[in-house]
Design a protein around this ligand. Structure first.
Ligand code: CDP
Ligand code: MG
Length: 734
């Protein structure tokens, strides 16, 4: 009997050139989804319940189908939108593309998406997929979310910090809107122009004032989750109703290793090839922890292929992770070339957020990269930690979507037994500065009293308040400061990056800081294949600055710009793209990351397309600018002076010291460093250009915890600058 995966290849390849039959296939697929059987009932439940919880297994059709049902049932009348939030940008983008195709419309028209720095919506968009963080930002300008009739909070079981804060906020918005629906309307104002006008000036939108606002229909809220436990959401929303959608799951055989593995990347490699050589056709999904690891496995597989027997080299790898540029994300969803086996290298994004067809084998090393926050030291770090049992089950489930499958856990059964049942919500293990700044900008001053679904510790809240105060975003009364706090809240960046941008306009180096912040916002722009480390190191030397990594990163960015500008003025987009790819390869620069950084900085991938499509920007112009545009436009809009310090990088380093002073470290006699704010012992990461030089005093960008406390992206500073530029923090200390 041919396997399911095989028939999947055949189906898709056979129909790709024939639009009508492809549409027919999609229609059949839609009808066969478990959720299709309960469409009527679901729509009824949404009509009857202001808040509804929908629980259903991954792949049952929640994310793609429900919004279409609601559109069809008339929830978008009066030009209102159905908004669907996702914890990750990849999910928002890929699902929007799929739904546009299913609906037979062009992406960005009726169905669109909106994620940070990338927008595909227009005035006629009615179903809008977005990240939860983006909706939070929209609330800054439109506190009653007046454009939406329904908000679907998807993947709520993931409990990202943005989801948790959003749920608290939506609870307030729902209250405000049902009150306003019952009250007589004060000044009629059928759209949200007043708020938008305010946002155009310096002031942010003010919190809701009852009686002054327009009449709006109640906001319907749908919380969707793949975990079976709906109780926690139901309780939080006053006993909201929960409905379960029956899933469809084929049996999955789970295999464990007999002994603990020391190197899970190596073990994953071996397992991939073992499956490829010994098992029936079907795609493989491998869970890894991040872009760098994924790229390293991509390289390893490529290198190993020639060692396989000639007839067995039919294997292709495709990466998928959160920050992957959207045009590359879709590759994971496309079928492999005829006769090839596709190996998808994914982060935990593929656990529940996206459903990739054709998977029959799952390789699960049992680890995940997670944020961790120590409120005592105020240091947030990234570390690789074991998954929870719930995650392990979700992962293995991915192998049984279309037929029986197999899951290879790269750890022992005893280790599985020791795993925690479920993951700790992110709000309990992250730095809260970012969300507190946003809540403050929304007029919510009492953070400790805010109705969180699960309260972060008081210590964590206080520490973040203190940090925001030290950065100048809050006054001594812990109110949002003006203009610094207001400006910081407007930028869609970590508070410390926002502060660096604002300060840099005073230090005459905003041009340089924009580049630095853009590059720091993406994953490493260096590409160091395991087997070519020496060559890569030599290549990087061409850019490296003795002052540190920040200037080195700027050098790479600028060199690429210069290369592209020299003699390429009239080249086509494809040619430029090709040239850049070649340049990156020669210089051991990660082309994906660099392109992403350029998008963040100023070139934004689809905003331009949007502007062309809509000609004149409509009334939601300001909303666009604050939520979506590239950071260069943001700072311009805020009236900051964009100047370059030219060769004088001293100014730039002083500016770094003035903004990153909470991340300063001093060398100790043994060559390690002491982080000054936390007194933690840390080491410079081996990839830093300062790894050997070991200057006396440095600032760093982030702390990564592996077997050591490593600090990454490090720049040399003069310790005296700290007392001079951050006297409120350092004058008291030695
Ligand atoms: O949200 P849920 O996990 O319940 O399911 P979904 O994301 O709506 O996916 C339903 C089905 O749509 C999947 O089984 C996939 O076959 C298909 N799908 C797809 O082909 N391509 C996508 N980008 C998303 C979904
Ligand atoms: Mg889903």
């Amino acid at each position: 009997m041919p396997s399911m995966a095989n028939s999947h290849y055949k189906q898709t390849n056979g129909t790709i050139s024939n639009n009508d039959s492809r549409r027919q296939k999609i229609l059949e697929q839609r009808k066969s989804l478990p959720i299709a059987a309960v469409e009527k009932r679901l729509v009824e439940e949404v009509r009857n319940n202001h808040t509804l919880i929908i629980v259903g297994e991954t792949g049952s059709g929640k994310t793609t189908q429900l919004p279409q049902y609601l559109f069809k049932a008339g929830f978008c009348h009066d030009g209102k939108l159905v908004g669907v939030t996702q914890p990750r940008r990849v999910a928002a983008v890929t699902v929007a593309k799929r739904v546009a195709e299913e609906s037979g419309v062009q992406l960005g028209q009726r169905v669109g998406y909106s994620v940070r720095f990338d927008d595909m919506t227009c005035g006629s968009t009615r179903i809008k997929y977005m990240t939860d963080g983006l909706l939070l930002r929209e609330a800054l300008l439109d506190p009653r979310l007046s454009r939406y009739s329904v908000i679907v909070v998807d993947e709520a079981h993931e409990r990202t910090v943005h989801t948790d804060v959003l749920l608290g906020l939506l609870k307030n918005v729902q209250k405000a809107r049902s009150q306003s629906a019952n009250e007589s309307v004060g000044r009629a104002n059928s759209n949200n122009d007043t708020n938008l006008e305010k946002a155009n000036g310096v002031q942010m939108a003010s919190p809701l004032k009852q009686g002054q606002v327009a009449k709006l229909p109640p906001l319907r809220l749908i919380i969707m989750s793949a975990s079976l436990d709906a109780r926690i959401f139901s309780e939080y929303f006053g006993g909201a109703k929960a409905v379960h959608v029956q899933g469809r799951q084929f049996p999955v055989d789970v295999f464990y290793t007999l002994h603990a593995e020391t190197d899970y990347v190596e073990a994953a490699m071996v397992t991939i090839f073992q499956i490829h050589l010994e098992e029936a056709p079907g795609d493989i999904l491998v869970f890894l922890t991040g872009q760098e690891e994924i790229e390293s496995v991509e390289g390893l597989v490529r290198d190993k292929l020639p060692q396989l027997p000639e007839g067995n080299r039919n294997i292709v790898t495709v990466p998928i992770y959160a920050s992957l540029p959207s045009e590359q994300q879709m590759k994971a969803f496309m079928p492999a070339p005829d006769g090839f086996r596709k190996v998808i290298l994914a982060t935990n994004i593929a656990e529940t957020s996206v459903t990739i067809p054709g998977i029959k084998y799952v390789v699960d090393p049992g680890v995940v990269k997670a944020r961790n926050y120590n409120p005592r030291t105020g240091i947030e770090s990234l570390s690789i930690i074991p998954t929870s049992k719930a995650q392990a089950l979700q992962r293995s489930g991915r192998a049984g979507r279309e037929g029986p499958g197999k899951c290879f856990r790269l750890y022992t059964e005893r280790e599985f037994e020791k795993l925690a049942d479920s993951t700790v919500p992110e709000i309990k293990r992250c730095n809260l500065s970012n969300v507190i700044l946003q809540l403050k900008a929304l007029g919510i001053d009492d953070i400790i009293g805010f109705d969180f679904m699960e309260k972060p510790s008081r210590m964590a809240i206080v520490k973040s308040l203190e940090e925001l105060f030290l950065l100048g975003a809050l006054t001594e009364e812990y109110k949002l400061s003006d203009p610094i706090g207001n400006q910081m809240a407007k930028l869609p960046l970590d508070p410390i990056y926002s502060k660096a941008l604002i300060l840099s306009s005073q230090f005459n180096c905003l041009e340089e800081m924009l580049i630095a912040v853009s590059v720091l916002s993406v994953e490493s722009i260096f590409f160091t294949p395991r087997e070519k480390q020496e060559e890569a190191r030599t290549a990087i030397k061409r850019f490296s600055s003795p002052e540190g990594d920040h200037i080195t990163l700027i050098n790479v960015y600028k060199s690429c710009d210069e290369f592209l500008e020299s003699g390429n003025a009239n080249s086509s987009k494809e040619k430029t793209f090709k040239n850049m790819k070649k340049w990156c390869k020669e210089n051991f620069v990660n082309g994906r990351s660099l392109r992403h950084a350029r998008d963040v900085h100023r070139y934004g991938s689809s905003l331009k397309a949007y502007c062309e499509r809509t000609d004149a920007l409509s009334g939601s112009n300001n909303l666009k600018i604050i939520c979506l545009s590239q950071i260069r436009d943001h700072v311009k809009q805020m009236g900051l002076r964009i100047a370059s310090c030219g060769e004088d990088m001293l100014l730039f380093r002083r500016c770094l010291a003035a903004s990153f002073f909470l991340n300063a470290a001093l060398k100790q006699p043994d060559g390690t460093y002491r982080a000054l704010a936390s007194s933690q012992m840390v080491q410079i990461h081996p990839t830093s250009v300062l790894f050997r030089a070991k200057p006396d005093c440095i600032i760093f960008n982030e702390l990564v915890r592996t077997n050591q406390n490593y600090i990454r992206d490090v720049t040399r500073i003069d310790p005296m600058w700290l007392t001079e530029l951050a006297p409120h923090f350092y004058a008291r200390q030695d």
